[in-house]
Ligand binder design. Structure first.
Ligand code: ZN
Length: 314
């Protein structure tokens, strides 16, 4: 399973300048009312709570004031080999910034060591324009960097995009496993509670009302009734169906609980409570045991179900 989205936010006037400068291989700090230089810059002075005045450039080399070794980096972290997370006080600054140090081994790290920024080849106005820091003083003078004067590279940076990814492995229960294997076969497998007789699909293996195992399997038809629905009009990155489209609660015939699915194959304005629908299955080759076997539900062309037939499932 993977849950992923791009978190996008505006940077504001201070961090916008900070990110824009990084694109030009310059690191900015903010001088506070007490004379101390904070790098990265603060947005509000910790003493006076006012925005900073002019931002000042600090050095690209600095001193490690604290660090922690990371033996097994995760996907998306600054380096794909072991590295140190370090607090680095850049020359000319009075506060430290957090970044990665590519030192090779923990034995090469120590508090007080000198490090220098290593710049990314492609810079977009992000903290990751500093690829990492490396031990040593680096070149004594930074090669001059002419700010780009054309294209997007000349505009001030105003937004930042942070990709958020959560990937995890879900272990299916016996009941879920039967349901998922059924989908791959083009069958809908639910379970019936031996106490109340309700049919759940997908089943969690127990009846939430009676607390008893639901161990008898029931195969359900792939027809059902729309109980409630909403028309999705808002687009988002990665969307697989172009809006407007309908997401609905579909009550399969013989089931006692509705599940969510897409309603396609008709104008969104035609979808209504009580509408009869039928599953449109994915081609067999596309049905996995984890991906859904049903692509969407489409109008079945039958008279609407009377309200009383689904009212208790709303
Ligand atoms: Zn029950």
């Amino acid at each position: 399973m993977e849950i992923a989205f791009d978190y996008t936010r505006s940077l504001g006037p201070v961090l916008g300048q900070f990110m824009t400068a990084l694109r030009e291989r310059r690191i900015l700090g903010a001088r506070g009312a007490d004379g101390r230089v904070h790098a990265p810059p603060f947005e509000y002075d910790p003493e006076t709570f006012r925005p900073p005045g002019e931002l000042v450039e600090v050095g690209q080399a600095g001193t490690v004031v604290s660090w922690s070794w990371l033996p097994e980096p995760l996907a998306g972290q600054p380096l794909d080999r072991p590295f140190a997370w370090a607090l680095i006080r850049l020359d000319g600054a009075d506060t430290a910034m957090l970044h990665a140090v590519d030192a090779g081994s923990a034995a090469a790290m120590r508090t007080g060591m000198r490090v220098t920024a290593r710049w990314a080849a492609d810079r977009v106005g992000s903290i990751r324009d500093i690829a990492c820091f490396e031990p040593g003083e680096g070149p004594p003078e930074r090669p001059p960097e002419a700010p780009s004067t054309t294209g997007a590279g000349s505009e001030p940076v105003t937004m930042t995009v942070t990709p958020v990814r959560l990937r995890y492995v879900h272990t299916a229960s016996a009941a879920e496993s039967a349901y998922l294997r059924g989908l791959a076969d083009g069958r809908l497998i639910g379970q019936r509670c031996p106490a109340c007789g309700k049919v759940y699909i997908p089943s969690r293996g127990t009846c939430p009302a009676d607390g008893v195992p639901t161990d008898s399997e029931v195969e359900l038809p792939d027809t059902g009734t729309v109980t409630t629905f909403s028309v999705v009009n808002v687009g988002y990155p990665g969307q697989q169906v172009t809006p407007p489209y309908v997401a609905a609660a579909v009550l399969l015939d013989g089931a006692d609980i509705a599940f969510q699915h897409l309603i396609l194959g008709c104008d969104p304005g035609e979808v209504r409570m009580g509408m009869r629908v039928r599953a449109v299955w994915r081609p067999r080759a596309e049905r996995g045991t984890t991906a859904g076997g049903i692509g969407y539900f489409a109008p079945a062309g039958e008279p609407d179900a009377p309200y009383e037939s689904y009212a208790r499932f709303l």
